[in-house]
Design a protein around this ligand. Structure first.
Ligand SMILES: [Mn+2]
Length: 466
């Protein structure tokens, strides 16, 4: 079946059901997928309830209700079909909405997965939206949430913009009027809330000598071109900076980078803004920051709070989520500081560190990703921590940069291949970021196996691998 036919079938199955349980992942993509689906289902007059899972595995399987409702798995399920089969779920009970690598089972479940049709740059929220739109055209307002999910899963990072079917969804949001695209804009994070010097200093993609990683340097850099704090020490944010000032910043950044022979390839990216969000909730005014807010809710075990925000709660849930975001940021900073202070160990093709039980296992991967620019940027980082749910397991997270992926590295493949050699381990994710759970006593061997696989990946780089 074609992707469109899969979307149609899922819409039909959902519309003919009596009640639905949406079982979704806890990250920004999972939370936005869940709220797109639940809202579309409720609008169709079908009762819907939601279950969020940190991951779909034997330990969380019991959280799937044993009732008559149709079960929709979103942002996972494709890779766990044999497990769903073992649980005794029949094809009539299930719809899978996913974008991860699929593992076929003997039973053929209805699986709407863009990856199966060659669309690599779309997330589960994108698939969920296409199903919701197929259910009823009134769901076009939900394109905005699909953008949040796609950005949360970094679907724009390789091309610095959304492409393929995710780009088409963008057009729905623009047409509806709650999405605005700023094409080919400065590639920085935090355009709606971050003081400009910090946004310039802490943008992973662009390396501006004297500015990157040095907020004081960034302030001096901006003052030199006449950009000053608005009042006292409060700096403007990129979103509200006057056009002439933006031009001045871009020119100065280009001059500085060229003067030091830096590559400008990743200087510009598309930004996705939400004009319907109030300035008082600036965190929700662009897709990246909105996604960060949802991620922090999920990582701190409050995914339902993110779901409420996706449904429009701008008072109670939003305030609470902002508090979580502050906590989230400070904990990630602690992970980064721990990594920098402790130092990482180095093998030929990766860096690694074990953080034990010092930090919640839900944020160590993010912290590792954010410390990459302070470490050897050529090597992926592998971070280990204790699994909070199962003390016999170690949780592994790996992160790298787009430039390394372009050289042929695929962390998802590296971890899932390594897992095949160790009983009781499982892994998944994406080329640029992946994770695994392995037996606690296999750590050493596992790291060496991953290093070995990475060495092969660098060696085997072929033109179609990126
Ligand atoms: Mn996802």
């Amino acid at each position: 079946m074609s992707f469109d036919q899969d979307v149609r079938s899922a819409a039909d199955v959902i519309l003919s059901s009596n009640s639905v349980t949406v079982i979704s992942h806890i990250d920004a993509d999972g939370i936005s997928s869940e709220s797109i689906l639940s809202q579309a289902i409720s609008r169709a007059g079908i009762p819907a309830r939601s279950v969020y899972l940190r991951q779909l595995d034997p330990l969380t399987l019991h959280e799937i209700p044993d009732d008559e409702s149709l079960k929709i798995f979103s942002d996972f399920g494709s890779g766990q079909q044999s497990m769903l089969q073992e649980k005794g779920l029949s094809p009539d009970d299930i719809v899978i909405i996913d974008h991860h690598v699929s593992q076929p089972a003997d039973i053929s479940y209805l699986e709407v997965n863009c990856l199966l049709h060659g669309y690599e740059k779309m997330s589960a929220a994108g698939v969920a939206y296409l199903v919701a739109r197929e259910m009823d055209d009134i769901n076009r307002d939900l394109a905005k949430l699909a953008i949040v999910g796609n950005i949360g899963d970094m679907m724009d990072r390789e091309n610095l913009k959304l492409t393929g079917p995710a780009h088409e969804i963008l057009a729905d949001g623009v047409g509806y009027g709650n999405v605005e695209v700023w094409e080919h804009d400065l590639n920085i994070y935090g355009i709606s809330t971050r003081p400009l010097p910090n946004a310039l200093a802490y943008s992973d993609d662009i390396d501006i000598p004297g500015v990157s990683q040095v907020p004081d340097g960034a302030r001096i850099f901006l003052e030199k071109i006449g950009i000053k704090p608005l009042s006292g020490t409060r700096w403007p944010v990129w979103e509200t900076l006057p056009f002439e000032d933006k031009q001045a910043v871009v020119c100065a950044v280009i001059d500085q980078m060229l003067a030091f022979g830096k590559n400008l390839d990743r200087l510009f990216a598309d930004h996705y803004l939400f004009p319907d969000e109030n300035q008082a909730q600036a965190t929700l005014r662009n897709a990246s920051e909105y996604a960060t807010l949802l991620n922090s809710c999920g990582r701190w075990k409050r995914p339902e709070l993110g779901g409420k925000i996706c449904r429009g709660d701008r008072v109670v849930a939003f305030r609470e989520a902002e508090q979580m975001l502050r906590n989230h940021r400070s904990k990630i900073r602690e992970v980064m500081e721990y990594i920098t202070d402790t130092g990482v160990s180095e093998l030929s093709h990766l860096l690694y560190i074990h953080v034990g039980d010092r930090f919640p296992d839900t944020i160590v991967g993010i912290g590792a990703g954010m410390s990459l620019s302070r470490l050897n940027p050529e090597k992926p980082i592998l971070i280990m921590c204790e699994d909070s749910l199962d003390p016999t397991k170690t949780k592994i997270s790996m992160r790298t940069r787009q430039e390394v992926v372009d050289k042929g590295v695929d962390l998802q493949k590296a971890l899932s291949t390594a897992c095949e050699r160790f009983d009781g381990s499982s892994g998944g994710g994406h080329r640029i970021a992946a994770g695994a759970f392995i037996p606690h006593d296999a750590e050493r061997e596992f790291i060496e196996e991953v290093n070995h696989i990475l060495r092969q990946q660098y060696a085997q780089k072929s033109p179609d691998s990126c």
